[in-house]
Design a binder for this molecule. Structure first.
Ligand SMILES: C[S@@+](CC[C@H](N)C(=O)[O-])C[C@H]1O[C@@H](n2cnc3c(N)ncnc32)[C@H](O)[C@@H]1O
Length: 505
C-alpha cells in the first residue's frame, strides 16, 4: 500500500527534469484551492507533477508545456494503458537482441565493464568491472588504452544517431559547432544508437513508448556529462546537473547495464502510479497539451483553479538543455516561442521578450480562469526585474493578491545575489481572479519599511530572508516598476563580512 510522499517518490524518479516540484507540496496546493471534480490547469507543467497529484486527487487536469520532451515525459507517466508484463517481455526481447553486441563492447576478461573513467580527450584510464556480484577496478596500460581506442575508432556506426548542432551558449557550456553526438564517447554512441534502433523497430504500442522514455532517461548516464566526485574517489559518480560541461575526467557508463537499471526505475514508478490510481473512485480525465502558454486552446472561463511554476528567467534555459533528449526523439521544437532569458548569441531572448511572454501568458490564465477562482504560482528568482514581469500583468489582468508563503531551505551569501538568480526555497504567491477588484495598493517602500521596523535591530539576517521581504512588499503593493533588491537592502542594512549576514542600519 502506497501512502506517503516518500513512497510516491518512485514516480518522480522516472526521468530527469529541472525544477520538479515535490509531490506533497503540489497535493497540498491542489487540495487547498480546488475540490473533487474541478477542472484545474498548469500552463507550464514541466515533468507533470501537477497532473500526477491532480489525477490522484480526483480532479480533471489539463497540463501544458511547449517543450515536447516535457509532454513526452508526462504522457508516459500518466498513461494507464500499460501492461507491465508486456513491457517486461519487450525488454526481454531487446535483451536477447543485444546480448552479443553488449559482450562485444563491454565484455572484459571474465566480467563486464560497467564504467569507464576517461579524460577530456576520451582516453580510457580506468575500468570498473563486474564479475559475478563483485566489482573491481582496473587501470589500463598504455597498450590497453591504445587497443581500446582503436576498436572504437575503426568501427562504423550503422544505425541512426542525432548529429544536430547544439545551440551555442557559453552559460551551459555548449560550444560553437558542438553536436549532440559529441556529448557521447564513441563506445557509448555505438551502443546507444544500436539500442535505439532495436527499440525503434518494435511494433508501436504504449509499452514501446515507455522503452523510449527509459532510453532518454538513461542518455546522460552514458554520456560525457557524468563527473566523478573527486573527494570520494575518481570512480565515484556524480550526476548530470545542467548544461553540457565536460570535465577533465568523466565517467562513461555501460549503456545496456544502465538501461536495465533505468528500466527497473520506470517499472517501479509505473507500478506505484497504477496502484495509486486503482484507489480512485471518481471518474476524472486528464489532458496533456504541447502548446504555447501565450495561446492556450481552451475556452474562456472554463477552469476552476490554475497553478504554475513560471519559467525561471535566465536560470534554466529549458529548451536548450533538453536538446539531449529532443534530438534523439527527433522532436520539432518551437524555440521561437519559449519564454526564457538566454545568454545564447543565437537566440534573441532578452528580459524584454521574457516580460512580453509572461504578460501574454498571464492574460491567457486570466481569460480561461473563472471569476473569483484562484491562481497560485511558484517563482524562483532573485531578480526584481523578473518578479516585476509577473507582478505587473497580474494587476493588469484582474488578479488580486491574497497571500504568499515562503519555505526557505538554505541561506544565500550576498556575493551570490548577483550571480545566482534562484531563491533558495519555495516562494508561493496566491492570487484571486477578481474582475471587479479595485486597486487599493500602497507604496512599496513604505510597506517594506513597515516590515523592517518589526525586525530586531540587534539580530542578523541573511540575504535570502531580506529578498523575501522585498518580494512580499512587491506582491502586497503590486509594485510594478523595476527594482534592484540589492540597492533596497543596502539602503536599510549593513553587511557583516564575518557573519555573512545583514544588520539594520
Ligand atoms: C519552471 S519550469 C516548470 C517545472 C515544473 N514545475 C516541473 O515540476 O517540472 C517552466 C516550464 O515552462 C516551459 N515553457 C517555456 N516557455 C513556454 C511557453 N511559451 N509555453 C509553455 N511552456 C513553456 C518550459 O519548457 C519549462 O518546462
Amino acid at each position: 500500500m502506497i501512502n506517503t510522499a516518500s513512497e510516491k517518490s518512485s514516480i518522480y524518479s522516472m526521468h530527469k527534469y529541472w525544477g520538479k516540484k515535490p509531490s506533497g507540496e503540489l497535493a497540498r496546493i491542489i487540495s487547498k484551492f480546488s475540490k473533487i471534480g474541478d477542472t484545474i490547469l498548469d500552463p507550464f507543467a514541466g515533468y507533470g507533477g501537477f497532473a500526477i497529484e491532480g489525477v490522484l486527487l480526483n480532479r480533471n487536469v489539463i497540463i501544458n508545456d511547449l517543450n515536447p520532451v516535457a509532454a513526452f515525459i508526462a504522457k508516459n507517466i500518466l498513461n494507464e494503458q500499460i501492461d507491465i508484463i508486456k513491457l517486461k517481455e519487450l525488454a526481454d526481447t531487446l535483451k536477447s537482441q543485444y546480448t552479443n553486441f553488449r559482450k562485444e563492447w563491454y565484455g572484459f576478461q571474465n566480467g563486464e565493464i560497467t564504467t569507464i573513467l576517461r579524460n577530456a580527450t576520451n582516453i580510457p584510464l580506468k575500468l570498473r568491472i563486474k564479475i559475478g556480484n563483485r566489482f573491481k577496478e582496473v587501470t589500463l596500460s598504455d597498450e590497453e588504452q591504445r587497443n581500446f581506442l582503436k576498436k572504437e575508432q575503426s568501427y562504423q556506426i550503422k544505425s541512426w544517431y542525432p548529429t544536430n548542432i547544439l545551440i551555442q551558449n557559453a552559460r551551459i557550456s555548449a560550444k560553437s559547432g558542438m553536436t549532440t553526438a559529441d556529448l557521447f564517447p564513441k563506445r557509448a554512441l555505438i551502443c546507444q544508437s544500436f539500442l535505439f534502433d532495436l527499440i525503434s523497430n518494435l511494433e508501436d504500442c504504449p509499452e514501446k513508448e515507455l522503452l523510449r522514455f527509459t532510453f532518454t532517461s538513461n542518455l546522460a548516464n552514458c554520456s560525457k556529462l557524468v563527473p566523478p566526485i573527486l573527494s570520494r574517489g575518481d570512480m565515484s559518480q556524480g550526476a548530470w546537473m545542467t548544461g553540457f560541461y565536460i570535465g577533465k575526467t568523466y565517467l562513461e557508463n555501460n549503456v545496456f547495464h544502465y538501461f536495465e537499471n533505468r528500466l527497473s526505475k520506470t517499472i517501479k514508478g509505473k507500478e506505484c502510479y497504477l496502484q495509486l490510481r486503482k484507489k480512485n473512485h471518481v471518474k476524472t480525465s486528464y489532458k496533456i497539451l504541447n502548446e504555447d502558454a501565450k495561446h492556450l486552446p481552451l475556452p474562456n472561463d472554463s477552469i476552476d483553479f490554475v497553478y504554475t511554476d513560471f519559467p525561471y528567467g535566465d536560470t534554466v534555459p529549458y529548451f536548450e538543455q533538453s536538446q539531449l533528449w529532443n534530438h534523439w526523439l527527433n522532436n520539432e521544437v518551437d524555440y521561437e516561442n519559449e519564454i526564457v532569458v538566454s545568454d545564447s548569441p543565437e537566440r534573441n531572448k532578452t528580459i524584454i521578450d521574457f516580460k512580453e511572454g509572461i504578460d501574454r501568458s498571464v492574460s491567457e490564465i486570466s481569460r480561461v480562469l473563472k471569476n473569483k477562482k484562484h491562481f497560485v504560482f511558484h517563482f524562483h528568482s532573485l531578480s526584481g526585474e523578473e518578479w516585476n514581469s509577473i507582478v505587473g500583468p497580474l494587476k493588469k489582468y484582474g488578479f488580486s493578491f491574497q497571500s504568499c508563503e515562503v519555505l526557505l531551505q538554505k541561506t544565500l551569501p550576498p556575493r551570490q545575489l548577483n550571480r545566482c538568480n534562484t531563491i533558495k526555497g519555495d516562494f508561493l504567491a496566491i492570487y484571486q481572479k477578481n474582475q471587479e477588484a479595485v486597486n487599493d495598493r500602497c507604496d512599496f517602500e513604505e510597506n517594506f519599511k513597515d516590515k523592517i521596523n518589526k525586525l530586531n535591530a540587534n539580530d542578523f539576517y541573511d540575504t535570502n530572508e531580506l529578498v523575501v521581504l522585498c518580494i512580499k512588499s512587491m506582491l502586497e503593493t503590486g509594485f510594478d516598476s523595476d527594482i534592484g533588491f540589492t540597492a533596497i537592502i543596502e539602503k536599510y542594512f549593513s553587511y557583516d563580512d564575518n557573519r555573512k549576514k545583514w544588520r539594520k542600519l
